[in-house]
Design a protein around this ligand. Structure first.
Ligand SMILES: [Ca+2]
Ligand SMILES: [Ca+2]
Ligand SMILES: [Ca+2]
Length: 292
């Protein structure tokens, strides 16, 4: 018995899969101690969902999926990660027979970042004020180079103390400085770049009323190795200072209100005229003493 043969023709339209591609422009340059940040954007010509994976990225880089079509590559390379480094991302639209590799190289340079002053210096003072603050610098490059400092300008009543990352400045604004601007200038180097910190202090006159303290005794006259200052009627806590004629503070003590007798050692003072100054909350007294 014959079996009727029927011929069928099957028409199937097969559209070849198109592979996913990276749309964004690869960021191929980085620098040590600076943030690298690149959002990779992919698309698929067929509209397929694309899975993005990390096949190879440098140690300093993190891989962070953001949306269905983007991932963020970011991180901060260090000095021992300079040079060329390869990034390989995998793109998979679910239809490719093997994951599509997207490769690019990043060149990590080591441009120096100069030190930066990270504190804000106080610039406005009144005579008798205490100046005490630090200029602190940061250097993002961990290149084991200690910062070095050169003082180009500093009022002589300020004592600088240098540390690893800056300067502590201390002093008491002398009354002779009133109404002046006084320059501070430093050069700071990280061994590769030098920056300059320069600013002016602005000194306003003190509101303290200059008065004569009663019952004040300063002796002996002339003084040799010791100077005694006796004040019988201090209304508040006070500071008693010995100063050079140009206003530089040589010694200072804090005393309580009431009766005080303070002994200063002035051994080593050259013969000549000096100043003493007693500063209370609301008044001050200045006078001269002689050293022989
Ligand atoms: Ca596709
Ligand atoms: Ca750098
Ligand atoms: Ca640096």
């Amino acid at each position: 018995m014959d079996v009727a043969a029927t011929n069928y023709t099957l028409h199937i339209n097969v559209t070849a899969n198109q592979v996913p591609v990276v749309e964004s422009t690869d960021v191929t340059v980085a620098d040590d101690y600076e943030l690298y940040n690149y959002v990779v954007e992919v698309s698929d010509p067929d509209g397929d969902a694309v899975e993005i994976t990390e096949i190879a990225i440098p140690l300093w880089m993190s891989f962070e999926p953001l949306t269905a079509t983007t991932v963020r590559l970011s991180g901060t390379p260090r000095w021992n990660q300079i040079g060329d480094t390869l990034v390989i991302l995998g793109l998979n639209d679910g239809r490719v027979s093997s994951v599509i590799e997207h490769r690019f190289a990043i060149t990590v340079g080591n441009t120096n970042t100069p030190p930066v002053l990270v504190t804000t210096p106080q610039v406005n003072f009144t005579t008798h004020d205490t100046l005490e603050y630090s200029l602190v610098y940061e250097d993002v490059d961990e290149d084991d180079v200690a910062l070095t400092f050169i003082v180009d300008a500093l009022p002589n009543w300020i004592t600088p103390t240098a540390g690893d990352m800056g300067f502590k400045l201390e002093g008491i604004v002398p009354w002779q400085a009133q109404g002046t601007t006084q320059a501070i200038a430093l050069r700071v180097s990280d061994g590769r770049d030098t920056i300059v910190t320069a600013y002016n202090l602005s000194i306003a006159p003190s509101a303290l009323a200059e008065q004569t303290l009663h019952n004040l005794k300063v002796y002996p006259v002339p003084a040799q190795n010791q100077l005694f200052i006796e004040c019988a009627d201090l209304r508040s806590e006070a500071s008693i200072q010995l100063l050079s004629l140009n206003g530089m503070i040589l010694q200072q003590v804090q005393v309580a209100a009431g009766l005080n007798r303070v002994e200063f050692s002035i051994e080593g003072y050259k013969a000549g005229v000096y100043l003493y100054r007693i500063i209370e909350n609301d008044r001050s007294t200045t006078g001269r003493f002689l050293v022989e």
